[in-house]
Ligand binder design. Structure first.
Ligand code: ATP
Ligand code: MG
Length: 384
């Protein structure tokens, strides 16, 4: 009886000819997620098995697997020889402390096995009942399911219960994007949504030293570290933004500050993205949430780039976003009260529906190219 963790995927099943590519990618991502823990991982017929680990490492392994995109569910159980007595002994052991109602569910991958699935379930169920009198059978809505999976190689897996993974697709299978990350709640969630779709990420953060201090930068570093637990390593590009903000303040109408800042952010993010082979820009924008996220504002900032801009939160309510940020563990960091570069230079009455010609006219007072090149040249890269 060997303890195992069974890992299942979901959406990869829908892949036709590319399926083995995604299976290998997920296997590689699982292996790197478990790096440093003494265990083995093998692939068996559209599943993965983690085995040969110390009992004390089980929880740490599960915690890491819960962050691997592409994993649908996991079960902790045992691998045993497929002889009925071995299966029964294991099932009795798994169910020894359970109470209430249960049923046994059998999946028979080995079609030559001498008993049918219902026969196996009935027999194992009977043995569980006679060893644990606190249990009753309920085949319709049992509190506990004891699952038996009989495989063709003379082994069987016995387990009870499923643990949910994050689902989605394995990271690395859906290209490379650049998340524009502030210290706020939304952008880390936007990053997570794209990680879940299999995108490898780089990150760009604009900071306004000395208006924003080291704590504000550390907050973003901490957020990217949390995200790298899901995505594998992420390069964070920290762009000095103060000179641009001061130029805008000195030469442009105050109410356009945010619109102009956002156009600079997009331009710089696009240049960095192209230089690192990233194919898309990702933001945490949600339609109508603030003045800079009206459709007119989005249009004026989008106008300066040609890379696709992905806005995975565009149709989300703030409460839905907060809910995800709590689940992925970024919320507590996001709400730390440090100034962001945008709040420092916030105008009293920002223009809500900017017109592109007016914005371009205001911007013509600035040496856009020089400001952008200087910011890109002075960017610091931190690998997380
Ligand atoms: P967030 O919660 O992500 O801070 P927000 O609701 O504060 O978003 P805005 O300030 O309008 O909204 O920013 C919209 C998006 O622009 C952010 O989600 C993020 O993708 C990007 N962004 C804003 N500030 C920065 C920054 N300092 N560095 C990098 N990207 C930024
Ligand atoms: Mg913000």
């Amino acid at each position: 009886m060997e303890k195992v963790i069974i890992i299942r995927y979901c959406e990869i099943h829908l892949k036709g000819k590319n399926r083995s590519y995604f299976e290998k990618l997920l296997a590689d991502n699982i292996t790197s997620a478990l790096c440093g823990i003494d265990c083995k991982m093998t692939r068996t017929q559209s599943r993965y098995l983690v085995h040969s680990f110390a009992d004390g490492d089980k929880d740490a392994i599960l915690e890491r697997l819960k962050r691997v995109s592409g994993i649908h569910t996991m079960s902790v159980g045992y691998r045993v020889p497929s002889a009925l007595d071995d299966i029964a002994e294991c099932a009795v052991f798994i169910m020894r402390d359970k109470e209430g109602t249960f049923k046994v569910e059998t999946n028979r991958g080995d079609k030559k096995y001498p008993m049918t699935s219902p026969e196996i379930s009935r027999e194992i169920g009977g043995r569980i009942l006679s060893s644990n009198h606190a249990l009753k059978v309920d085949v319709v809505s049992p509190e506990t399911v004891c699952s038996v999976d009989v495989r063709e190689d003379g082994t069987a897996y016995v387990f009870s219960g499923n643990i949910h993974g994050i689902g989605g697709m394995p990271v690395g299978g859906s290209g490379h994007g650049t998340i524009m990350i502030s210290g706020g709640i939304d952008s880390p969630v936007a990053a997570f949504m794209m990680i879940k779709r299999g995108m490898k990420l780089s990150a760009v953060h604009f900071h306004s030293y000395p208006y924003t201090g080291p704590a504000a930068k550390q907050k973003v570093v901490d957020l990217v570290k949390i995200l790298s637990g899901f995505a594998g390593s992420i390069d964070l590009h920290v762009v000095p933004f103060t000179a641009i903000q001061e130029a805008i303040r000195a030469h442009c109408p105050e109410e356009m500050t945010i619109t102009l800042m956002r156009r600079f952010m997009f331009r710089i993010t696009e240049i960095i993205s192209r230089s690192i082979g990233s194919q898309a820009i990702i933001t945490g924008e949600s339609l109508g949430q603030v003045a800079s996220q009206t459709i007119e504002s989005i249009t004026t900032s989008n106008a300066v780039v040609t890379l696709p801009v992905l806005r995975p939160l565009i149709g989300f309510d703030k409460l839905e976003i907060i809910d995800i940020s709590q689940k992925i563990g970024t919320y507590q960091t996001s709400i730390l009260p440090y100034e962001d570069c945008c709040t420092v230079f916030l105008p009293k009455f920002p223009v809500i529906r900017p017109k592109l010609e007016k914005v371009e006219e205001a911007e013509s007072k600035l040496d856009v190219e020089a400001l952008v090149s200087k910011a890109v040249a002075d960017t610091e890269i931190i690998r997380l």
